[in-house]
Structures are given as C-alpha cells and as structure tokens.
Write a protein that binds this ligand. Sequence first.
Ligand code: HEM
Length: 385
Amino acid sequence: MNGKMNGNRMMTGARALWSAAALLCLLLAFVAILPGQASAQSSVRLDPVQTQSPTGGAVPGDVLGVTSDADYWRAVRGGVNGNVSIPDKKAGTLIQSEGEAWRSLRNGPLSLYASWAMLATIVLLALFYAIRGRVRIGAGPSTQTITRFKAMERFGHWMLAISFVVLGLTGLNVLYGRYVLKPLIGDGAFAFITQMGKYLHNYLAFAFMAGLLMVFVMWVKHNLPDRTDVKWVLQGGGLFSSKYHPPAKKFNAGQKVIFWLVIVGGVSLSVSGWALMFPFTTHFFAGTFGKINMIFGTELPAALSVLQEQQLNSLWHSIMAIFMVCVIMAHIYIGSIGMEGAFDAMGTGEVDLNWAKEHHSIWVDEEQSKTQKAPSGGASPQPAE
Ligand code: HEM
C-alpha cells in the first residue's frame, strides 16, 4: 500500500517537473522570438552594423538588442540598404530619401527657372525683332538662285527638326502639362494626350538620333572653326547693319555655334534619354563624377545607387532639354521670320544669289569657281522663277 502511494507521489512529481520544463521552453521560445518579430515587420533585413545606435546605448531589457525603433527607422529613412531574397535588389531600400529631394527640385526651382528661361528667350527675340526688324537682302532679291542644300541635307535637317519639336512639346507637357493643359482640356483629354505624347516621345527619340547623326556626318567639315570666324565675330556678324555682312564660308561663326550646341546638346539629351528609357542599366553619373574627382580633386559622390542615377538622369535631361529649346527658338526665329530669304535654304534648297553673296560670300565664290571648272555642275546660279 505504502509502495503504491510512493509510486503515485513520484508520478505526480515527474508530471510537475515535465510541466515546468515545458513552460520554461515555451517562455524561452517566446523570448527568443520576440525581438525577431519586432524587426521582422518587413521582409527587409537591415545590416546590424549600419543600424547600431550612434550613442551605443542599449534599449532597456535589451528587447531590440542595441537598436531602438527610432534608430532603426532613422536608418531606414536615411536610405540604408537592406537585403532581400527576391531578384529585384532595389526593394532592399525601403525609403529612398533622395527621391523626395529629386521631386522637390524638379517640381520647384527647375520648373520655375526653366519657364523663366523660355519666357526670357521669347521676350529677347521679340525685342530684337522690334529693334532690328527683319534682316533684309541689302541689294534686294536678284533674278538668280544658287543651290544651298541638297535633298539629302534637307531630309536630315527636317528629320532632326520635326522630331525635336515633337519631343520638345511632349516633354514640356510632362513637366508643365498638368498645370497648363489639364485645367484647359480636362482630365480625360489630358490623360489621353499625355499617354500618346509618351509613345511619341519614346519612338521619335530614334528619329532624332538618326537626324543628329546625319547632320553631323554631312556638315561637320563645314563647321570646323577657322580664321574667318574671328573676323565675323569681331564685326558682330553684321547683324546690326543692313548693308554690310562679314565674309563667311558655308556656315558663319553664329551657325557654327548653333551646330556644335545641337550636336553636343543632342548627344547629351540622347544619352540621358536612353538611360531613362532603359532604366537601371547605366552608371553615367557615377563614372563622370569619378573622373571629375580624379582630375579636379573634388569630392562628388562617385558611388551612386541605380535609383540615384535615374534621378540625376531625369534632372539632367530636363535641364539640357530646356537649354536646347531656348537655343532652337533663336535658330527658328533667324531661319524664318528673322531673315528674308533664309527659309528657302531648307524649303526648296535654292536661295537668292544676292542673299547668298551677302551672308556667305566665300562659299558663293567657292561654288562658282567649282562650276567654272565644271560648267555642267549642279551649283550654278539658276534664274529665279
Ligand atoms: C522647326 C523650325 C526650323 C526652321 C524653320 C529651321 C530653319 C533652318 C534653316 C533655314 C537653316 C539653313 C540656314 C542656312 O541657310 O545657312 C537651318 C540650318 C540648321 N538647322 Fe534648322 N530649322 C528649324 C529647326 C531646327 C531644329 C529643331 C534643329 C535641331 C535640333 C535645327 C538644326 C539646324 C542646324 C544644326 C543647322 C545648320 C547650322 C545653322 O544653320 O545654324 N533646326 N535651319
């Protein structure tokens, strides 16, 4: 009987011991899981070294190790990269603070100063027109014309020009459309136009690049600077005299400046536009900053994330585009209403002989001496219709 009682007592003691052990295990498991749960609110795991408290202070009870919630989220807000197991490693950055800086720069000062620059260009051109008037052919129109640009040259120019104008308008719509166009035409029409504009912008970029290449190949040899340019510049291009224009070859110094601005600006626009069209594949800015640092000893950030690269590309593309729009507005002015006889060069390709002698006297001499050597050549002056 006694033995039975002893056995029962032992059984009860063992059960109590097992229960206590199980409770302890549960408690231990709970304590082990708790900090894990706190930091696993997202699937992004931050590098503990990056998120350590700057003061080294521990949170009471060490629930979060040495990292408090505030430090943790401060690090996240500061753009600290975590690790993710999915292929898109960019998802490891929960908050990219530069995105906010990019947005406020683009929608703030950039948009504002860009609109001032374009307005100032228009005002200056209008003032120039009001003061100088149309640049007339001093000797009056002649009865003869001379071939200025062949069909292929005009084709290249117009491919470049038309694509630029459409790219410019659709690009400006992305920057200003919601403030200027949307209130005028309504949400639906604006959404439709903007979406069509985006397709046009993407596809016409290739026509622009092709036109740029054509124009470069056809005209680069006529745009190398030489001594005549110095004379032309010193005499102000004859822009303020209706009688005298300094001698010039196929292109005068002013046109050469436009040519090189179009080429360099066009390449810069194309490269930054390409990076925007195929995002996260280029490192132009990190590479450029690195070289600038090497040459000038500056400390520009040479290690940039792909997102930062995109933001810089976007800002640079807008700045270059606005600059080019201003330059091209001046070019369009002088190639159309600003100068009598200029448009024909790109219209029919035939220009008035007196116009050519006034603006490109050396070129006319060269062309005429060529035709004297070969009388059946295509550059001979033609009677005007
Ligand atoms: C859309 C209106 C445009 C008009 C009416 C126009 C007109 C002209 C004319 C008449 C010329 C020949 C000047 C001469 O005989 O020497 C010319 C040349 C030229 N155009 Fe245009 N153009 C326009 C747009 C553009 C655009 C958008 C670009 C480039 C993005 C461009 C780039 C050039 C270049 C590089 C030259 C040769 C250099 C020069 O003459 O300045 N044009 N243009």
